[in-house]
Ligand binder design. Structure first.
Ligand code: DGL
Length: 283
C-alpha cells in the first residue's frame, strides 16, 4: 500500500519530509490542492468538501492510508469525514482505508499525555503557569480546537491562538524571506502584546509555517521551545502501524508528488527546505 499525504499546498511537505525519513521503504503519494490553496480563510463546508475530494484522489492512486498534513483540514474536516463519509466509502471500496490527522499527535506532544487521557476538572483554581502560543490559519484559530482539547487535558496550560491570515499564501507563493520575516515578527508582536508577555512554548499550527520555522525561532525569544508537528506525526504514525499491521507500509520506497495546480517545479523557498529539486505531476 502507499501512504497518502494531503495538504492544501506545499505546507504538508514539512510533515512528509519527516515521514519519508521515518519510513524510508514506504511508498508515498503527496497531493497538494494548489488549485484551491489557501484553505485557511474558507468556510467550513468548503474545507470539508475539498478535503474529501483530496482523500478520494489519494485512494484512487492506490493509497490505503491518508495523512492530512494540514491543521485546517484536520481541525475542520477530519471528524466529519470519519463519522459521515468514511464508513460508507470504505464499504464501497471493499478494502480497509483510513484518514488520520495531525492535531491529535500535536496535542499529545504539547500536553505530554495520550489522547485518551482527560483530566479531572478542578474548577477555575488551577494556576495557568505555562503559556502556549498557537500560530495558525484563521479557520484553525476560529475552531478553537487547540484551546478546547488542551484544556480538557492540562488545566495548567493557557493556550493563546494567533491567526496569521496572509502567511500560508505567502509561503505557498515562495515570497522573499524578508517579507516572511516581517509578517512573522508582526504576529509574534501581536500575540505577545495580547498575552502581556512572551509565550513559554509555541505550536506552529499550520504546516506551511514549518518551512520557515527558523524565522519563527528568530522572532520569538531565544530558546522558546517549538512543538514539532512533523516529528509528533511521525511518532504517532509509527504507533498506529504497531496497532494496525493491516496498513503495512509498503516496500518500494516510491515517492510521487501530485498537484491540482500547475505541475512542475516548486518555489526556491520550498526546494531549499526540501533539500533537492521537486517536481509535481498534474493530479
Ligand atoms: N498547511 C495548512 C495548515 O496546516 C493549510 C494552510 C492553508 O491552506 O491556509 O493549516
Amino acid at each position: 500500500m502507499a501512504i497518502g499525504v494531503f495538504d492544501s499546498g506545499v505546507g504538508g511537505l514539512s510533515v512528509h519530509h519527516r515521514l519519508v525519513e521515518r519510513f524510508p521503504t514506504a511508498d508515498f503519494v503527496y497531493l497538494a490542492d494548489q488549485a484551491n490553496t489557501p484553505y485557511g480563510g474558507r468556510p467550513g463546508e468548503e474545507i470539508v468538501d475539498l478535503t474529501r475530494a483530496g482523500c478520494e484522489r489519494l485512494f484512487a492512486e492506490g493509497c490505503d492510508l491518508v495523512v492530512l498534513a494540514c491543521n485546517t483540514a484536520s481541525g475542520i474536516a477530519l471528524r466529519r469525514l470519519q463519522q459521515t463519509w468514511l464508513p460508507g466509502y470504505r464499504r464501497a471500496l471493499g478494502r480497509p482505508v483510513n484518514v488520520l490527522g495531525i492535531i491529535v499527535p500535536t496535542i499529545e506532544a504539547a500536553t505530554g499525555l495520550p489522547w485518551e487521557h482527560e483530566a479531572e476538572r478542578r474548577g477555575d483554581k488551577v494556576e495557568k503557569l505555562d503559556i502556549l502560543a498557537v500560530f495558525s490559519t484563521p479557520a484553525t484559530a476560529n475552531s478553537r480546537v487547540y484551546e478546547i482539547e488542551i484544556d480538557k487535558r492540562r488545566q495548567d496550560v493557557a493556550v493563546f491562538s494567533q491567526p496569521c491570515p496572509e502567511l500560508a499564501g505567502l509561503i505557498e507563493a515562495g515570497a522573499p524571506r524578508e517579507d516572511l520575516a516581517a509578517a512573522i515578527a508582526g504576529h509574534v508582536k501581536a500575540i505577545t502584546g495580547r498575552i502581556g508577555r512572551s509565550p513559554d512554548r509555541a505550536i506552529l499550527g499550520c504546516t506551511h509555517y514549518e518551512i520557515v520555522a527558523d524565522l519563527f525561532r528568530a522572532a520569538l525569544p531565544p530558546g522558546t521551545p517549538l512543538i514539532h508537528q512533523p516529528q509528533a506525526t511521525a511518532d504517532a504514525l509509527a504507533r498506529y502501524f504497531e496497532r494496525h499491521p493491516e496498513f503495512a507500509t509498503g516496500t518500494g520506497g516510491t515517492r510521487r508528488f501530485l498537484t491540482t495546480g500547475k505541475p512542475g517545479a516548486q518555489s526556491a523557498l520550498v526546494e531549499a527546505f526540501w533539500g533537492s529539486p521537486l517536481s509535481f505531476e498534474r493530479a
